[in-house]
Design a protein around this ligand. Structure first.
Ligand code: ATP
Length: 221
């Protein structure tokens, strides 16, 4: 579970998050929607402890990301919007590196299994620099889930994926326990897998509720 209280983030004069409150619940998939620049990526980056914030608090399963950043990171997985990958490493080398940093046991088997599920196994021993955008997205997704985090933050997770892999990932997300938060522009994805929706506008939350409520009232997200 992720609890955000009064979260304020400025980039110079720009207020990216204007003191927002949000709760992403256990056992639920929450989608965060909003126009370009609304603050979705900024919120996920703060939850993943990638960037600092000005005031407020973020707790992941009761652990403060500010005061206990290492423990918070251990129970969190993050798929960035623009993943940074080491292009000169092979997919396998990169994932082995991430697995060792994350302290994953039996990492070779886990990499093989996840790569098989996401359809990238046969390319694991090629350099990442030779991968297509979708292949890089698959490697980044595996890196985000390799340590089986209870809390998963995904920024545009199906963007660039082929339809089959997109469906596999959606099935994986749907079956997960723990907390999943997805920032996306895909209303189709939201309708398919999200229990709850937050809509952001200019650094604020302008709606939150169950996906079902939106569907019942408006016919679609
Ligand atoms: P998109 O849908 O386009 O990905 P978003 O909802 O994820 O947008 P953010 O990337 O969080 O939005 O940006 C929120 C605001 O913060 C925007 O006004 C953006 O210009 C600003 N911003 C984001 N990153 C930086 C940065 N590194 N430096 C300065 N301003 C930034």
């Amino acid at each position: 579970m992720i609890v955000i209280r009064g979260l304020l983030k400025r980039y110079g004069d720009i207020v990216a998050l204007g003191g927002i409150d949000a709760e992403f619940r256990d056992g639920e998939v929450t989608a965060v929607l909003g126009e370009n620049g609304a603050g979705k990526t900024t919120m996920l980056k703060i939850c993943a402890n990638v960037i600092p914030f000005d005031s407020g608090s973020v707790e992941i399963d009761g652990i403060s990301v500010r005061e206990d950043s290492i423990d918070a990171r251990k129970i969190t997985g993050y798929l960035p919007e623009m993943p940074y990958l080491y292009e000169r490493l092979t997919g396998r080398e990169f994932l082995q590196f991430v697995a060792s940093v994350r302290g994953v046991e039996k990492s070779d088997e886990r990499i093989e299994r996840l790569a098989g599920t996401l359809g990238i196994r046969e390319f694991l021993d090629y350099e990442i620099g030779t991968y297509s955008k979708g292949m890089k997205q698959k490697i980044s997704t595996i890196a985000a889930i390799i340590h089986s985090p209870r809390n998963l933050l995904l920024d545009e997770p199906v963007y660039g994926l082929d339809p089959l892999t997109s469906r596999t990932l959606q099935d994986f997300i749907r079956k997960r326990s723990g907390t999943t938060v997805i920032a996306t522009h895909s209303t189709d994805l939201v309708e398919k897998i999200a229990n709850r929706v937050y809509i952001m506008k200019r650094g604020n939350i302008v709606f939150h509720g169950e996906t079902r409520e939106l569907m019942d009232e408006y016919g679609s997200v």
